[in-house]
Design a protein around this ligand. Structure first.
Ligand SMILES: NC(=O)c1ccc[n+]([C@@H]2O[C@H](COP(=O)([O-])OP(=O)(O)OC[C@H]3O[C@@H](n4cnc5c(N)ncnc54)[C@H](O)[C@@H]3O)[C@@H](O)[C@H]2O)c1
Length: 267
């Protein structure tokens, strides 16, 4: 699906980013990935093998975005795809009114600033190359649904929706497509559900997730391949929810009797 394409993936050494790196390479792409953790970068590069270059860097630092574009050009001669994957819901779980300016700024840096910077660095290449290209932004289902005590994270992720739409329209005339993915309940380093849910509660998973299981990075990677490939040639400015149905379910839960309720006793 991605034969001959060159991709940049941020946060490619773990979680969803690692899943995307693995799947992109399996589909024929060459990949430059950014990773702040040196061990994860080394391990991923060694495991995924040829056609992968890990750049140890922090995407929040100035000029990292340009360095990633240079690495793609120097190693593989071009860039076709950017996946803006790095993001985090943040530190202290405290009420909104107890949060500090520094905490909000940290959320901006990790969830949004680098999405702008990497997109700005890549777009001139995509336009200059003249044969399209794609940007895939990794958002969250919580850009569309509430996450109490994480309102600022939610707001920055919701900003990705607006950014994705506007950038898609602005660069459509150059054949560049811009889309987003909104994951939920996906087992990663950041949210290790299998550690959080003990065997005694595993039977509840279908209550929480309509498709009856937690997601894996490969679930998100499949959609990233679709959005990066020619399969989605007429898709731009939109967000694909990769959540096992949690957003669609809203407040609806299956009951033990096989029915449905929006008034669970113990949600
Ligand atoms: N896992 C989920 O269920 C879920 C749900 C909603 C949204 N998301 C979004 O998916 C994206 C990936 O999440 P994940 O769960 O795979 O995260 P993760 O923490 O498991 O993996 C992130 C990877 O990026 C690296 N990284 C972190 N900060 C970096 C930085 N500043 N510079 C370079 N590398 C950095 C980490 O070392 C790690 O390898 C994020 O944007 C997150 O908000 C995930």
């Amino acid at each position: 699906m991605l034969e001959g394409k060159v991709a940049i993936v941020t946060g490619g050494g773990g979680g969803i980013g690692r899943g995307i790196v693995e799947r992109f390479v399996a589909e024929g792409a060459s990949v430059v990935f950014a990773e702040v953790d040196v061990d994860r970068a080394r391990e991923t590069q060694a495991a995924v093998g040829e056609r992968v270059v890990g750049v140890v860097c922090d995407v929040r630092e100035p000029h990292t975005s340009e360095a990633l574009v240079v690495a793609a050009r120097d190693n593989f001669g071009r860039v076709d795809v950017l996946v803006n994957n790095v993001g985090h819901f943040g530190g202290r779980r405290v009420a909104f009114h107890e949060q500090t300016d520094d905490e909000w700024d940290a959320l901006y840096q990790v969830n949004l600033a680098h999405v702008f910077a990497c997109s700005r660095a890549v777009l001139p290449r995509l336009v200059e190359q003249g044969d399209g290209g794609t940007i895939v932004n990794v958002s969250t289902i919580e850009a569309f649904r509430a996450i109490p005590t994480r309102a600022v994270y939610s707001a920055f992720k919701a900003a990705i929706t607006g950014f994705t739409r506007s950038l898609a329209v602005e660069y459509a005339r150059h054949g560049v497509r811009v889309n987003a993915i909104a994951p939920d309940v996906t087992e990663t380093l950041q949210v290790p559900y299998s550690r959080w849910v003990g065997p005694e509660d595993e039977h509840l998973i279908p209550t929480w997730v309509p498709l009856g299981r937690f997601g894996q990075p490969s679930d998100v990677a499949g959609v990233a391949v679709f959005l990066a490939s020619e399969l989605s040639n007429f898709v731009t400015g939109t967000t694909v929810h990769v959540d096992g149905g949690t957003f669609a379910a809203g407040g609806w839960f299956p009951t033990e009797e096989g029915g449905w309720t929006n008034r669970p006793r113990r949600p």
